[in-house]
Design a protein around this ligand. Structure first.
Ligand code: CUA
Length: 312
């Protein structure tokens, strides 16, 4: 069973994985047995009852009650087993334990924000304690996204104007990948995050120090961190290479030509406007696809501008 799971499925790193994989393997093995059995029977009958001569006639057969009941009842039992097993798992997935640790998740084009009890916001990095149920309360800032961690066997849509929830309990300290599995626009395939699992005491330390470190950073340091966290680097390179958006290299102070033919100098005001109202002025040759970053506060906007000045 384990060999089969290893071959077909991602690593099993939550308490859900065992049950989910067992059902998956059960369905696969039963299907395989039926496929082989039916194929062999078909070939056997096709050969045994083939027409042997031109004037041979087929005897009249109406039905066989015993045979018909057998091939109806066996599949019925199999389907009921799969239903009961699947329903039990579904109920388990849908019912977070009351002592779950709660984290708010906000999906937005194109990043994941994880908001902790002390107000700390971690972008594209979900930190969780190991061997403890974690409940995610999720919503979207814009379109429908979907939160998927294959290693944990959890997936749920993240939608605007309504909360959805999932829960899991990580059983391994390995880092796992989060995908967005609902097509949500230009950078959908880059809407990735990581789950980083800590022992409980290590988790408490991380949460306390992450919040403190953020307050003590210099603007340039904070700006560099935000560029990574906010997903800016998904579309904007720092080395001059082309992306979905213009490169950051040499951006500050340069002359920019807009889609309407006007030119603008990339100063502090231009960069601020570009983050808050990206559709107002779009650089020639690019599409107006950048989402707004109106959720950033003044300190964060200043920090990003200071960091952009250093990329030349
Ligand atoms: Cu968000 Cu796809």
């Amino acid at each position: 069973m384990n060999r089969l799971s290893d071959f077909m499925l991602p690593p099993a790193r939550s308490t859900f994985a065992g049950e989910t994989d067992a059902l998956f393997n059960f369905i696969n093995i039963v299907s395989l047995i039926l496929l082989v059995g039916i194929t062999i029977a078909m070939i056997y009958f096709a050969i045994k009852y083939r027409r042997r001569s031109e004037d041979e006639t087929t005897p009249l057969i109406t039905h066989h009650a015993g045979l018909e009941i057998t091939w109806s009842v066996i599949p019925l039992i199999l389907v009921l087993i799969v239903f009961a097993w699947g329903f039990k798992g579904y109920m388990n997935h849908s019912t977070p334990p009351s002592d779950s640790y709660e984290i708010r998740v906000v999906g937005a084009s194109w990043r994941w924000d994880f908001i902790y009890e002390n107000g700390f916001v971690s972008t594209n990095e979900l930190h969780v304690p190991k061997d403890r149920p974690v409940r995610l309360v999720m919503s979207s800032d814009d379109v429908i996204h979907s939160f998927f961690v294959p290693d944990y066997r959890v997936k749920r849509d993240v939608i605007p104007n309504r909360y959805t929830q999932i829960w899991f309990e990580a059983t391994s300290s390995d880092t796992s990948q989060v995908f967005c599995t609902e097509y949500c626009g230009t950078a959908h395939s880059n809407m990735l995050a990581e789950v980083i699992v800590h022992e409980q005491s290590e988790f408490d330390d991380w949460l306390a120090s992450a919040a403190a470190a953020n307050d003590n950073m210099s603007p340039v340091e904070l700006g560099e961190q935000l560029i990574g966290q906010q997903g800016c680097a998904t579309c904007h390179s720092s080395d001059g290479s082309a992306g979905i958006g213009p490169t950051f290299q040499g951006l500050f102070g340069s002359e920019r030509t807009m889609t309407d033919g006007s030119t603008v100098t990339a100063d502090e005001n231009y960069l601020r406007e570009s983050m808050l109202e990206p559709a107002t002025r779009v650089v020639e040759g690019y599409q107006p696809v950048m989402p707004t970053f109106a959720q950033l506060n003044d300190r964060q906007l200043d920090a990003i501008i200071e960091y952009l000045k250093t990329i030349d």
